[in-house]
Design a protein around this ligand. Sequence first.
Ligand code: ZN
Ligand code: ZN
Length: 290
Amino acid sequence: MDDDASRRTFELLANETRLGIISALGEASGEGGYATLAFSELQAATGVEDNGQFNYHLQKLVDEFVEEREGGYALTLAGIRAYQAILARVRSESLSIDPFEIDGTCRCGEPRHAWYEDSRGHIGCLSCGDLEFRYPVAPNAIDESEPDTLLNALNRKLTRDYLSMFNGICPYCTGRSTVRLAESEEFYDEVGMTSTPVNVHAACESCAWFLYANIAAVLILSPPVYSFIEERGIDMWNEYIWQEILDHEVTDIQWEPQRVEGTFSLAGDELRYVLDADFRLRDYEIVTDE
Ligand SMILES: [Zn+2]
Ligand SMILES: [Zn+2]
């Protein structure tokens, strides 16, 4: 990474007036697109009275975060990204949702719970301490007075990131992500999550974003398993990824080279698969209960 360029980016943003300009342009935008504000409108929205001082800060942002166009000023793509980061930060600092009961039971037999804490959504069990899902979710779409909005936001975020990362593309920087099977106890211990015998790890080669996931939760989104579920009358797009739609069992694991055999069961039918190191579900058979 270019140190000078990234230092410049942070220096440009380390100023309240400049953050105010980016926020004002973002807030003035709506469904139809990003707003263009005339100099005087932008100055009023930012709340800086001194023309010279306001113009000084605005010019610092021009070309990088703000562009001048007919009718005034608008956010560039980098400006939009900065605005999204400001929004996520402002809201996540104030948002927390206490654990509430959700559908399904933990393997200890007690109800599962969901909660929001440290900018992350969590799915787990308060009785035995099992933590099944823990993932960052921007708070923008979450309403504290309607906890179900947390479930929807967490589900959408997990679905998007799993589909993207496990198909080789980082959703944050569009870099290449690599996927492998992992025992991963170390990571799970560190964050207090419940490890399963085999987990899947995906990591971005460019920005180092990574995630660990339960193998069943990732495979549920793969075309063969998705169709298997759909043919039995359930549309996964209307279900939460953590819902126990079908049973899953890992029947064999090899680490060198990596290979997993497992079975999904639903309504008396089975989908038996073999997965190798490239993490593409090609080798499978459906055994129906007839
Ligand atoms: Zn439990
Ligand atoms: Zn990345």
